[in-house]
Unconditional design. Structure first.
Length: 320
């Protein structure tokens, strides 16, 4: 069993890539981010016995506490335990996840081909995914961190230096895991995807061992709900290198110094010539607190106080 796992930092094109792939008749990935696989394994263990009824009930109760379940339910997909128990034919993690992600995917639970998940952010989830699905197709989309941090700042008010610091840590950790675990993966640059979508999607289809259907590159619906591409159903070519006008040379130089190791490993050119820059831990703690406050304010503004606080709490609980 080989699911398609879409990985990438937030604001790096994971939604865009999922939307492209979901147009393929043989791919079924839920529209909502789940953070489900690694959180499930961490909580219940790799050897959890789904053959016991009370264990299936306990796991489904956990599922209903997740933001993923709430968002899918709000979208009109109300999965019940009775359905879950009836549809689950083999009592192991592989079939549990296959059932859940197919059920919530746009093609439904009867989908027979490739299914998958998109949960951007922490790459630590990859080691848990590898435990259950050692042969999974991992499609990693990466964006120039200078544009990534600008996008995160514009969307949520994130600190640009901390954003690139986190990007660098995650990219280096991902590269380490890929080498240590021999993970079956492909790296796609966001910049290449928007400039030459056909070429990049053909490359992904070849990696997934499926044919490339004509027209896959033509988006059928709106992808983004925030940022500069909000509400636009087409690929915005040239949506890159915005950092050049947004930041002064001193800021760009510092960003490159912070992200140097990851940028070089992912093939991004930089002008910075010095050693990698390590940010002061006290500064990082301050920036983390401020980023959290900005994120909370964003959700409260968009959802109201009670729903915003609840959403923020579940969001960060899911990502841990």
């Amino acid at each position: 069993m080989k699911p398609v796992i879409l990985l990438g930092m937030p604001r790096s094109g994971t939604k865009l890539l999922r939307s492209f792939l979901n147009q393929h008749p043989k791919i079924n990935i839920p529209d909502n981010e789940s953070y489900l696989i690694h959180n499930s394994i961490r909580k219940f263990g790799e050897a959890y016995d789904f053959g016991v009824l009370k264990n299936r009930i306990k796991y489904f109760e956990f599922l209903t506490t997740t933001k993923f379940y709430d968002k899918c339910k709000a979208d009109g997909l109300h999965f019940t335990f009775e359905e879950f128990d009836k549809l689950l034919s083999v009592y192991d993690w592989q079939h549990v996840f296959k059932l859940i992600f197919n059920y919530y995917g746009p093609k439904g639970s009867n989908h027979k081909y490739l299914w998958g998940d998109k949960s951007p952010g922490s790459f630590s989830q990859l080691k848990y995914i590898h435990q259950i699905f050692p042969n999974a197709y991992v499609v990693h989309i990466v964006r120039d961190p200078r544009d990534y941090c600008l996008s995160a700042k514009n969307a949520w008010g994130k600190n640009v230096f901390r954003s690139v610091h986190r990007w660098n840590l995650e990219i280096n950790y991902y590269s380490k895991l890929v080498n240590e675990l021999s993970i079956n993966c492909i790296n796609i640059k966001y910049e290449d995807l928007i400039d030459s979508p056909i070429e990049q999607l053909e490359k992904i289809c070849e990696f997934l061992n499926i044919e490339y259907p004509p027209g896959l590159e033509n988006l059928q619906k709106t992808v983004e709900n925030i940022g500069s591409t909000k509400g636009k159903p087409t690929v915005i070519k040239g949506n890159k290198d915005k950092y050049i006008k947004a930041f002064n040379p001193k800021t760009i130089n510092k960003l490159e110094g912070i992200g140097k190791e990851g940028m070089e490993s992912m093939g991004y050119s930089i002008n910075y010539q010095g050693k990698s820059i390590n940010l002061n831990p006290i500064y990082l703690t301050y920036a983390s607190v401020m980023d959290g406050l900005h994120s909370l304010r964003f959700h409260v503004k968009n959802k109201g106080v009670l729903k915003g606080v609840s959403y923020y709490s579940k969001l960060h609980a899911n990502k841990r």
